[in-house]
Design a protein around this ligand. Structure first.
Ligand code: PRP
Ligand code: ADE
Length: 219
């Protein structure tokens, strides 16, 4: 579901958030319209409004865990967690979290925590898997998942699986940007998806970005 259709219709903050996101064509691959939220982070009002909208939504929902997806979910998740008084749990890309040295336990650890979707779900421009620490989420924890962009939904699906395997209850996924298709399919693995804005089309930076990207990536 989109915020504009769920209580924030006509809210000027959404328009400003949308405008603050830079679009970079053909990054990281030809054909991808990359939604660059680093420009949102450079705009303190848009950044604060983004965090506030999520905070207002989740404050009274009994949320105990905010799970942020590496890397860009780490930019929004901790502020939301602090504001609502919840734990922040990083969901990381492979081989970033410390491992335990007892072999059997390490095998169990990997089995238990790895929400791999390699070869199963195709992402917009890659495949990957997510990991989290055993014990970060406890059975019964009421969890939200925060990320910047939802495109195919593969990343959020893996996050939901991972959190549920640890016994967490995933209440909702919150993303800053989501494709319009999620107006119709507003759930991922049966969990509600809350999105602030649609991807912006080419903006004023188009020419400059395209020129530099094409050069840098050799396309
Ligand atoms: O809906 P999906 O198709 O799964 O795509 C969305 C994911 O892709 C991006 O992360 P990316 O894999 O580029 O990693 P990064 O944040 O570390 O750059 C984005 O931040 C989401 O996590
Ligand atoms: N178009 C896009 N822009 C930014 N991040 C993404 N992750 C997947 N697709 C993306």
């Amino acid at each position: 579901m989109f915020a504009a259709e769920n209580g924030l219709k006509g809210d000027p903050r959404l328009e400003a958030i949308s405008r603050s996101i830079r679009v970079i064509p053909h990054f990281p691959k030809p054909g991808i319209m990359f939604q660059d939220i680093t420009t949102l982070l450079l705009d303190p009002k848009a950044f604060k409004d983004t965090v506030d909208i999520f905070t207002d939504r989740y404050r009274d929902m009994g949320i105990t865990v905010v799970a942020g997806i590496e890397a860009r979910g780490f930019m929004f998740g901790p502020a939301i967690a602090l504001a609502i008084g919840a734990k922040f749990v990083p969901l990381r890309k492979p081989r970033k979290l410390p491992v335990l040295l007892i072999l059997e336990f390490r095998v169990c650890f990997a089995e238990f925590t790895r929400g791999s979707y390699f070869g199963v779900l195709r992402l917009e421009y890659g495949t990957d898997c997510l990991e989290m620490h055993v014990g970060a989420v406890s059975p019964g924890d009421r969890t939200i998942v925060i990320d910047d962009v939802v495109a195919t939904g593969g990343t959020l699906s893996a996050a939901i699986k991972l959190l549920e395997r640890a016994g967490g209850e995933v209440v909702e996924c919150g993303c800053v940007i989501g494709l319009p298709k999620f107006k119709v399919h507003s759930k991922i693995k049966g969990k509600p998806l809350y999105i602030l804005v649609e991807p912006t089309e080419l903006d004023d930076c188009f020419q400059g970005c395209r020129t530099s990207n094409v050069g840098e990536n050799g396309h």
